[in-house]
Design a protein around this ligand. Sequence first.
Ligand SMILES: C[S@@+](CC[C@H](N)C(=O)[O-])C[C@H]1O[C@@H](n2cnc3c(N)ncnc32)[C@H](O)[C@@H]1O
Length: 295
Amino acid sequence: MSMIPEPPLTAFGSNEPRRWVRVPAVVDGHLAASQGMILYASQMVSPGDAIILGAGSCQEIPLPALTDRFASVTLNDWKESLLERVSISSEQTSKVHRLVADLTGVTVPFLERVAESLGVTDDPDRAIERIAELADAVTPQVFSTGRSYDLVVASCVLCQLHLEACNQTLSLFGSKFPEHLQRFRASTRWVQAMYDLARRMERAFVETLHGLVAPNGRIYLSETIQGCFVHPDPEGHWMTDGMYRMTHTLELSDYLDARFHIEEFGKWVWVMPPFQEQGPVGRIYKVQGLILSIK
Ligand SMILES: C[S@@+](CC[C@H](N)C(=O)[O-])C[C@H]1O[C@@H](n2cnc3c(N)ncnc32)[C@H](O)[C@@H]1O
């Protein structure tokens, strides 16, 4: 188990004092490394079925190469609008299947219970406690399609699984108690409950990966292990208040147990400069990628 020097990155930011430092020069390697590892994994398996979990708009997925190689490619995300943005050539359309589904199986029922609980109290402190209790009570599901796949791709989705539950809860709470939103956001009870739920979702997701992959198949698993926000100063230098931890520990392999075998390991940096479409604050992530077989 690795040492953890950073506070976790949560949707609530960090309450700890941070020190501003200049960002050293960094080179982005995200698309090339992600696509390269996925292609490499695709060559290690039979060209039957592939599934891309949390596919989004497939920015880091070499989709044309995968549709060339595999008989079928299933694209999953819970946001249909993202899957609709994926461009697929007319020759490949029949091979690609879009599967809109929540990989945790619990987001909608949790949010319904949150909305219900907010409807029956005018006391913000009671609401915070109740929402934390609801989060504590959630048991994430293992996702299955009833089939197995030669290649299972999970590119930067593991630590994102709780975000909808988290962000929508903040939004529901903010609509009911706008003047108490910052206090809710920073409350230790809520932050801990959501942190623990995120980790339970990740554990269920590792079971999902194991359940979806065929006996001789491969899993490509990558994640942003650490991230920082990048703010340009008036001279144009990039400044940051330091790295945040996004995963349980600083080693992606710490999620795996003895059923998984690491075939390949990669590390790279993903740079989203400030002043691009993401807005005036940029982001830099340290990413790790693994190609896994199962025993
Ligand atoms: C960082 S993005 C991954 C981007 C994607 N791999 C690509 O190549 O563009 C994470 C994706 O996971 C999806 N996602 C997050 N939580 C999910 C969940 N519980 N079920 C299904 N999809 C989820 C998000 O909608 C988003 O598209």
